[in-house]
Design a binder for this molecule. Sequence first.
Ligand code: SAM
Length: 274
Amino acid sequence: MERKRGKLWIVATPIGNLDDLSPRARDVLRAVALVAAEDTRHSAPLLAHAGSRARTFALHEHNERDQAERVVERLLGGDDVALVSDAGTPLVSDPGYRLVRAAREAGCEVSPVPGPCAAIAALSVAGLASDRFVFEGFLPAKAAARRERLAELVAEPRTLLFYESSHRIVEALADFVAVFGGARAAVLARELTKLFETVIAAPLADVEARVLADANQQRGEFVLVVAGAEGAAADAVLAEGRRVFTLLREELPPARAAKLAAAITGAPRKALYE
Ligand code: SAM
């Protein structure tokens, strides 16, 4: 009789707040024989928190091909295995797709335990169009390549999501302003679900200014959400409308200032008046 194959679980884990580990994620981490973790030392406290006694081994971008074979052997031997990354959802700017493919090709079931993901958490609080969006992950580390990538994205109409680390946030923001223009609406989500969670929703130039002005805002982990090109164009018109409205307001009553500012800039009168 053929031996029952094990199942590969792809388990999302918290991005900062341990209470975001779902009860099902905890149960799976307790039940599996093995946990493949990006960094076993990093995941140890989480596994202890979940009450998991599973054996752990490292699966990261440098050894994924070899380790995938090892995992598949265990799955074929009947063991259930969970894949976790350092934080959030595996395979989202994290290793795992080769393992998923290898497991499925070997005839093993692969099942997700969904949960936290920094990009989706940021999008959920951004207040920017979310019906269509593009996840760009990390930009290239080198300045020239980074600007080139941004230049390719300047006319993208969908909302854009980027990951950034504290090492590069300042230079990356400068590049965003240089390439997208300072008026483009953006949301910088920092340290989501953690003690120093900050969400700055402002035009890119203002986001950059606030980060430059406060060293604390340069620390931690970031998701930058940037409005798509069409929305951005509309935002720029509204920003110009507000500027003109503010000037006219010094001389005129609000309703008249809003009417004139709308006529001059094309911004919606109601939005200006409100
Ligand atoms: N797989 C993870 C997920 O589902 O979000 C992402 C892993 S990626 C290697 C790490 C990056 O995610 C960080 O550099 C940062 O850009 C973003 N990130 C992770 N946790 C975050 C948090 N709590 N707040 C803001 N960004 C976070």
